[in-house]
Write a protein of this length. Structure first.
Length: 94
């Protein structure tokens, strides 16, 4: 039980840090959201669904959450490999 809480806390910190960064931050947030969703880490938060958790904890809509996860899953490895791409602001991409 403690391992889940520690993991959730780590991913929540990643999300907060990612909000202050460019495209790299969007990848960081997407990866953290995907880890929370796929690992069911949100279950112990009292939220009725993953989306309810994301909305309450981070203020993201359903579409934004899934866009971030999709960008991280599909393009994260390319962006992580290219410093130029890491500096692009995510508003033009997502």
């Amino acid at each position: 039980m403690m391992e889940i809480a520690v993991s959730l806390d780590k991913y929540e910190k990643d999300i907060m840090a990612g909000k202050r960064r460019g495209l790299m931050g969007a990848i960081q947030i997407g990866m953290a959201l995907e880890a929370i969703r796929s690992g069911n880490l949100w279950l112990n938060t009292g939220a009725k669904s993953f989306q309810a958790y994301v909305s309450a904890a981070h203020g993201f809509s359903r579409s934004t959450s899934f866009n971030l996860m999709n960008v991280a899953t599909k393009f994260g490895s390319y962006i992580l490999a290219d410093p130029y791409l890491q500096s692009i602001q995510p508003t033009g991409v997502i």
